[in-house]
Design a protein around this ligand. Structure first.
Ligand SMILES: [Zn+2]
Length: 115
C-alpha cells in the first residue's frame, strides 16, 4: 500500500471538528513522508492537528448529522437527520433559503436559514 503524499497548500476535504461538517481544508504542515499533520479549515479557519492513521470516511452512511432545523443555515456536504426522511446530506444550496438534500436515493428540497 502506497499512501498518498500531501503537499503544503493542497486542498483536501476533511471533517472539521469546529464546523461539525466535512469541509474544504488547506494543508498547513506535512511530515517528511507527506502525511498531513496540520490542516486549516477554509470555512472557519480553525487549524487542527491530524494524527497519522486517522481515517476520515467519505461515505454518507457513516456521517451522523444533527437533527434538521429550518432556522439553521446549511452548507453543501453538511449532514442532517430529518424526522421524516432520515439521514441526509446537503447536495446544493438553491437559493439563500432553499437547499437540496439527498436522503438515500431521494432528493428533497428543504428550506433553511429561516428566521
Ligand atoms: Zn471549520
Amino acid at each position: 500500500m502506497i499512501k498518498k503524499k500531501f503537499t503544503i497548500d493542497e486542498k483536501v476535504q476533511r471533517m472539521c471538528s469546529a464546523c461539525d461538517t466535512e469541509s474544504g481544508h488547506t494543508v498547513v504542515t506535512v511530515t517528511k513522508m507527506g502525511q498531513i499533520t496540520k490542516l486549516s479549515c477554509d470555512v472557519c479557519g480553525v487549524v487542527s492537528s491530524f494524527k497519522s492513521g486517522v481515517k476520515t470516511s467519505m461515505g454518507t452512511s457513516s456521517k451522523v448529522g444533527s437533527v434538521y432545523d429550518r432556522t439553521r443555515k446549511y452548507r453543501i456536504g453538511q449532514a442532517m437527520l430529518h424526522s421524516t426522511f432520515g439521514q441526509g446530506e446537503v447536495m446544493a444550496v438553491i437559493e439563500p433559503q432553499k437547499i437540496d438534500v439527498l436522503f438515500g436515493s431521494q432528493m428533497r428540497r428543504l428550506i433553511h436559514a429561516q428566521i
